[in-house]
Ligand binder design. Sequence first.
Ligand code: C5P
Length: 284
Amino acid sequence: MIEILAPAKVNLTLRVLGKRPDGYHDLESLTCQMDLCDRLRITEEPSAISFSCDREELAGPDNLAWRAALLLKERSRTPRGAALRLEKRIPAGAGLGGGSSDAAAALRGLSRLWGLGWDTPRLAELGAGLGSDVPLFLHPSPALMTGRGETVTPLQVRVDAHFLLVYPGFPVSTAWAYGNFRLTRKGSEDRIARLLDKLREGIVPDSWGEVLVNDLEEGVFPRYPVLRELKELLLRQGARASLLSGSGSTVFGLFDQREAAEDAAGALAHREGWSVFLARPVCG
Ligand code: C5P
């Protein structure tokens, strides 16, 4: 039996550069994986693939981990099978990359279990066909995503902060968030460079708020005003910065001290439907 942890991610910066002829958007995003993880258990079976999940509503054939397993079996032409059992902790449709991370975990785990010897670029190419974020989870964190997200450059930086992730109890559709995006030039251009410079120097930015940016907030917040409220609430609770992760719906706050993040978690946890997660970045 193989057990693999599938981490969540947050986007510390997300710039949308423009729409592409294939309908996707080119982007540039600095991402960091978190120690909030799903757990995937894989056991070898004679020939078939089976899949189960502790959240019934996610146990259907749309599940990206299941689809990843079927695709790898087909492409590798292996006669071998596997039973996959997924335990979810990362909320779905939350902008935390949970489904993509589960798919990446399935690809890594099955490649090992079946002795395929597929390297990361080969698995990443297959994974990119399942979702733009899948390759990200096959690489070490933190990383820069470009193209439609499938081009991943791991970064030698440390992100030293305590994260409070707040899931508001409803998902936001990624396709809708990108479809609703209107390109404006509003000066987010040099933020990634500035943030990277600081992190490379080992400096915790004294003003995270100036360097963190998510271009999708502008389209998502008017439709879901509670997310803007949540961001303001996190800042009032002492977060050094707060941002929508990916296309949402999770909003995260970034704190210098664990105690401050815990205090904020305590203050926000009582809101009905909200789930709060304290998380630390996975670096290297
Ligand atoms: O790649 P993924 O399946 O996660 O994307 C879901 C949807 O989000 C796409 O069908 C597309 O509408 C939108 N998207 C986009 N540009 C990206 C990533 C996603 O427009 N870079």
